[in-house]
Design a protein around this ligand. Structure first.
Ligand SMILES: [Zn+2]
Length: 517
């Protein structure tokens, strides 16, 4: 029996060693992302079979004793005994797959854990003693008589070295409650160690509170946050330093300083985002008035530890009017006219809005109640083919040239003069073109205008082209935008060849520079 225990101990320590390797992670082939090799599986299987055999052997020997005693009296193996043998064999098989031989560890009679191998305890003691010695400055030794009791344990119930360590750290901790510190890890990366656990939790709560409003129903950290106990620590962080580290931006430079020649579109393009994305990151910035030295956010600031909040909000939202289109053959294609303006409706919306670090990520409408139905907008839609001579509503220059006199009133040599149009210099006989499509409503000679063309556009606006040498159109003609209508000259009250271009809106002369493209 003694010998068997020794053999078993040797085999089990092999097993424990391989289990420990598995638990440690990086060496575990499955954790490392590769499948166990055939050889590794075979070795495991061989080991399991060996353990099973040893178990069967020891139990069968006990059964043999039992049966021997029984048969000595009865000379016959009864069905009960046979069943007992069979059940025991079956039990042995079950036991070896679910259970492990192990040692219940006690220190001065206190249960500490159950290990597959005593070396687990030795290792834990060594670690704690090394830590204690380093901290206390003398050769520290754990106290108590360690005792092992052979036992059968569910494999899943075996203690890890860390559990055993923590028992002994408890002893060390009693020596000085200053020893324990708290290590903060984010997504598996150690950030640092702080001393004050309460202050740490307070600070973490305040990180969440920064993004919380009265509507917030949940706030949590996005990354996996772990707080572990550590004992041998040289560099402690203050809570403020920890807070700074957790808030530190993890995505590099997030701002851009505007330089000469930058445009909002250009900056958006250079940072691979849409103009609306860039706008969203820079509320309060007038995109048309960028100044050199302005600092724009070009990337979301993503702290080391992000906070996800969900707000439950209630608000009202307009419901757009449905539009009913009515065809109108008297209107040109593409033209529309509102016949009846509908009234927007209103809905009360309840939504769960998810934010990460204050930026909206998702909006889930949980209920929508119509408070007021919208009414329909009725719109006439033109079906008539648009002629080339239809007005476009835009105005082109009748001729390109230098402006020799602007629109408006001024005093020249003490006397007031009013100029009702633009004078554009031209060479004699140059072509004057219609600023937009329309109908010629005057073509002839008219006082100081000399030879004049007036075009009335579809919206009633009129354009005047004066001082021409000859006219190419007649009253009643339909003309298209850019069509030649006259030749430049100096007829009427004129001091040189030019085109006097005038625009009248609702019969009043306006500054053409406000209309010309
Ligand atoms: Zn003029």
């Amino acid at each position: 029996m003694r010998q068997w225990i020794d053999t078993m101990r040797a085999r089990l320590s092999q097993l424990a060693a391989s289990r420990q390797r598995a638990a440690r992670g990086p060496e575990d082939p499955e954790a490392a992302g590769r499948k166990k090799t055939f050889q590794e599986r075979q070795a495991e299987a061989r080991l399991a079979v060996a353990v099973l055999k040893e178990w069967s052997r020891i139990h069968l020997r006990r059964l043999a004793h039992l049966l021997h005693g029984a048969t000595a009296e009865n000379r016959v193996v009864g069905p009960a005994s046979f069943l007992l043998v069979a059940a025991t064999l079956g039990t042995a098989l079950t036991l070896t797959t679910l259970y492990s031989t192990s040692y219940a560890v006690t220190v001065d009679g206190d249960p500490v854990g159950v290990v597959a191998d005593q070396s687990v305890v030795d290792q834990a003691i060594q670690t704690v003693e090394a830590t204690g010695s380093a901290l206390l400055g003398y050769d520290y030794q754990v106290e108590g008589d360690v005792d092992y009791q052979f036992a059968l344990t569910l494999k899943s119930d075996l203690s890890e070295e860390r559990d055993i360590q923590n028992y002994f750290y408890g002893q060390l901790n009693e020596l000085s409650d200053q020893l324990r510190a708290y290590e903060v890890s984010v997504a598996g990366r150690a950030i640092g160690v702080v001393k004050d656990e309460d202050a740490l939790h307070q600070m973490l709560d305040s990180l969440k509170a920064e993004y919380s409003t009265q509507d917030t129903v949940s706030a949590e950290f996005v990354e996996d946050l772990e707080i572990g106990y550590v004992y041998a620590v040289q560099d402690l962080m203050t809570i403020d330093e920890m807070e700074t580290a957790l808030k530190a931006n993890s995505t590099g430079e997030t701002t851009y300083t505007v330089v000469q020649g930058d445009t909002f579109n250009g900056i958006a393009y250079a940072n691979d985002m849409s103009v609306s994305d860039l706008k969203a990151l820079n509320p309060g910035v007038d995109i048309n008035r960028l100044m050199v030295g302005d600092v724009l956010n070009v990337k979301e600031l993503i702290p080391t530890l992000s906070v996800r909040t969900v707000d439950h909000v209630t608000y009202t939202e307009a419901i757009e009017c449905p539009v009913e289109e009515v065809e109108d053959s008297s209107m040109y294609k593409g033209d529309t006219k509102v016949l009846t303006q509908g009234q927007e409706g209103e809905a009360r919306i309840e939504a769960d809005v998810t934010y990460v670090n204050g930026y909206e990520r998702e909006r889930e409408i949980t209920s929508s109640t119509t408070l007021r139905e919208p009414t329909t907008t009725v719109m006439a839609v033109g079906t008539k083919e648009k002629p080339r001579t239809a007005s476009t509503g835009t105005y082109r220059w009748p001729i390109s040239g230098r402006i020799t006199s602007y629109f408006g009133g001024r005093y020249i040599f003490g006397s007031y003069s009013y100029h009702s149009g633009l004078d554009i210099s031209a060479s004699y006989g140059a072509t004057i073109k219609a600023a937009d499509g329309g109908t010629v409503t005057f073509a002839g000679t008219k006082g100081s205008y000399g030879r004049l063309v007036i075009i009335t556009h579809d919206n009633g606006t009129q354009t005047y082209y004066a001082h021409n040498s000859s006219l190419l159109v007649s009253a009643g003609d339909k003309v298209y935008q850019g069509q030649a209508i006259a030749k430049a000259g100096s007829t009427g009250r004129s001091t040189g060849v030019h085109c006097h271009f005038e625009m009248r809106v609702n019969g009043t002369a306006v500054n053409p520079l406000n209309y010309l493209d």
